[in-house]
Design a protein around this ligand. Structure first.
Ligand SMILES: Nc1nc2c(c(=O)[nH]1)N[C@H]1C(S)=C(S)[C@@H](COP(=O)(O)O)O[C@H]1N2
Ligand SMILES: [Mo]
Length: 201
């Protein structure tokens, strides 16, 4: 007897408990962007930490790449219903960004900002403790522009729209402020396991 959908010879790991409700697996890596891919040269790249409107720390590409590096392998889930297992990322944990700035989170919420004008909100608790990364490599190679290179946020446990591509900064906010998709009907938090796709889910 074979498990439905299982064709390999090794015992099927139970993948179903890794696929949130309403999601299906894809073998490829779809590209989803609200607009055209901005081509950001690393010589013009910078990353800024802000507390409210106030910039508190900024890194150039070389400075940012001198920060401690971490790799992790995680499952990702897009609100358009595709999921991808075991995606491998390398970059700088948000923990290490904050440590390098000597900053203890001054508020409970963040907005991630990107070179294309995109933004997305996330509670600080969801990016600290090894959860959130500013990734510069995917699958062992520099992150392609279409997937957010030079650098993107990765928050694997939330729907993938929270993982801002072409990131250029994180901003601490006093309140949970809606970002680009959250202002357009998507959920403020976006937990795939609770199917928090749209505002009132
Ligand atoms: N800056 C920026 N980040 C973004 C987006 C975008 O349009 N601009 N799209 C989001 C959405 S809706 C998804 S599903 C993922 C897609 O990432 P991918 O193209 O690498 O699959 O990026 C997210 N991050
Ligand atoms: Mo998306």
């Amino acid at each position: 007897m074979f498990t439905r959908g299982f064709t390999g010879r090794r015992p099927a790991p139970d993948l179903t408990d890794r696929i949130p409700p309403g999601q299906h697996l894809v073998p490829d890596f779809p590209v989803l962007s609200a607009g055209p891919t901005p081509h950001v040269d690393t010589s013009n790249w910078s990353f800024t930490l802000r507390v409210g409107p106030k910039p508190v720390k900024q890194w150039t590409w070389d400075e940012f790449n001198a920060l401690p590096r971490t790799s992790y392998t995680r499952d990702i889930h897009c609100v358009t219903t595709w999921s991808k297992l075991d995606t491998r990322w390398e970059g700088v944990l948000v923990d290490d960004v904050l440590a390098a700035a000597g900053l203890t989170p001054p508020t409970d919420f963040l907005l991630a900002h990107s070179f294309d004008g995109y933004s997305t909100n996330v509670p600080v608790a969801d990016v600290v403790g090894g959860k959130g990364m500013i990734a510069v490599h995917f699958d062992g190679a520099p992150l392609e522009a279409d997937h957010g290179g030079p650098a993107r946020l990765v928050i694997p446990h939330l729907y993938f729209w929270k993982s801002a591509k072409w990131i250029n900064g994180l901003q601490f906010t006093t309140r949970d402020e809606a970002g680009f998709w959250e202002l357009r009907g998507y959920h403020m938090y976006g937990d795939p396991w609770r199917e928090q796709r749209f505002t009132n889910d």
